[in-house]
Ligand binder design. Structure first.
Ligand code: ADP
Length: 226
């Protein structure tokens, strides 16, 4: 589904960020990308999102060369990918319900779809009772679960979560990991970057370890080893 083929990236200022990355991610996989700060994890995700172009190599998504897409097609392409960020990025003056509904409105979905899908997703992320709470009335873990709800509401093929538990305590981390596992079990490919050994070890899924722009390990049922 996703193939990085010989991808290298040297930023304009001469910084090397990726060196000859080759990896394939299959539909419905759960992949953790680990590595020290500066290893190239975020750059790799940016390649997939077509936010940065590779210096050499190709990134294919469902047989489409992502970096050959015209600008006019990028918006449509990025809808296949749901994003979750370390800092949640919710709209502060919208409730949990409205934050998720807003993503559907932005995608041009009809009111009746919104009225049926948002409660379903709120239930999936275990927040039915907090639908009318604003972000500042929710714990960090709850805010991240709203963000996951927003990321999946338009049924993307893949969820990318960049350090999703980076700002969370262990209990909230556990809750967020459980939701990501559930989303994956329902059929969505999940790619996360993380520094959290506990998250990776609890998952028992594929672990790609990066170091200085290279993949140094790729374990089908890996553990966090740095
Ligand atoms: P990670 O996500 O693993 O911390 P990054 O992909 O952010 O790693 O960074 C990889 C390398 O690329 C680092 O040396 C970083 O300083 C550099 N880098 C990242 N973004 C840029 C940029 N926009 N311009 C120049 N160098 C960058």
């Amino acid at each position: 589904m996703i193939t990085f083929d010989g991808v290298s990236k040297i930023y304009r200022d001469g910084t090397p960020a990726l060196e000859d990355i080759t990896a394939t991610i299959q539909p419905k996989e759960f992949v953790s990308i680990v590595g020290h700060s500066g290893a190239g994890k975020t750059t790799l995700l940016k390649m997939l999102l077509a936010q940065e172009k590779p210096t050499s190599g190709t990134v294919m998504f469902q047989d489409v060369d992502v970096h050959a897409l015209p600008n006019s097609a990028l918006h449509h392409y990025r809808r296949k990918i749901g994003m979750v960020f370390q800092d949640f990025r919710l709209i502060p003056n919208k409730t949990a319900y409205e934050n998720i509904a807003f993503a559907m409105e932005a995608a041009g979905r009809h009111d009746d779809e919104i009225a049926s899908d948002v409660p379903y997703i709120l239930n999936l992320v275990d927040l039915s009772t907090k639908a009318n709470h604003f972000p500042n009335q929710l714990s960090g873990g709850e805010q991240q679960r709203v963000a996951i709800g927003r990321a999946i509401i338009n049924q993307p093929d893949v969820i990318i979560a960049d350090e999703p538990t980076g700002n969370l305590d262990p209990i909230n981390t556990y809750e967020v990991v459980e939701i990501l596992k559930k989303v994956n079990e329902l059929g969505t490919t999940v790619i996360i970057t993380t520094h959290n050994k506990g998250v990776v070890d609890a998952m028992g899924k594929r672990v790609i370890t990066m170091d200085r722009g290279r993949i140094v390990r790729d374990d089908p049922q890996g553990q966090y080893i740095l």
